[in-house]
Design a protein around this ligand. Structure first.
Ligand code: ZN
Length: 202
């Protein structure tokens, strides 16, 4: 399976990092070794002193597809979950300044905690609240109404380049409020009022 991620899908987050709002989704990927399942702890990597949390809604692909038209894209996912796109911001800033790819800052071991999935059948995809708490305080809060690119648009766009397979995950971007995590922090992610993910930072 593969993990695809969208950068800059919430304009307030693009602004907080000083990035322009993009015309097309910014896409990067993570290997399966980035996944942390079953609320496993995250160990801060030694190569960074500024790892940020980015809470994101994650869709799970349930059908093989390529070059999917946007109007059919909803047929390719039926479950949504919550994940964290851990980012070594200091490493990313250096790579960005040199015009280099982001993998070392984004795709390292444990950089993709993933929680439970829920069926989207009775959900309004354009109005999903999600949030992240750090040590009991809300630090990030988003709603899919604020997305620059919809789930359907993202599925259609990435499938022009990558064949999507059953079980592939797409992290769909983070809202504003990213901040550094430190040893001892407890992260809890919610869709609506439902706890979907917990992650202790060690
Ligand atoms: Zn992200």
């Amino acid at each position: 399976m593969k993990i695809l991620c969208v950068g800059r899908n919430y304009s307030e987050h693009a602004k907080e990092l000083g990035n322009a709002v993009p015309e097309n989704p910014v896409i990067f990927s993570k290997p399966d070794t980035a996944l942390l399942k079953n609320n496993e702890a995250f160990y801060l990597p030694s190569f960074s002193s500024d790892v940020h949390h980015e809470v994101e809604l994650v869709i799970k692909i349930n059908k093989v597809g390529k070059k999917i038209q946007e109007k059919f894209a909803h047929n390719y996912f039926s479950e949504i979950g919550l994940g964290i796109d851990f980012t070594a911001r200091d490493v990313q800033s250096e790579l960005k300044s040199k015009g280099l790819p982001w993998e070392l800052a984004k795709a390292f071991d444990g950089s993709a905690p993933i929680g439970n999935f829920i069926n989207i059948e009775n959900m309004d995809l354009k109005n999903i609240d999600f949030s992240l708490q750090k040590n009991g305080q809300v630090v990030q809060k988003g709603n899919t109404a604020q997305m620059i690119f919809s789930f359907e648009k993202i599925v259609s766009f990435v499938s022009q380049y990558f064949t999507l397979k059953v079980g592939d995950l797409i992290y769909t971007g983070t809202p504003a409020g990213v901040s550094q995590v430190n040893i001892g922090d407890k992260l809890e992610g919610y869709i609506g009022n439902e706890l979907m993910l917990t992650c202790d930072v060690k």
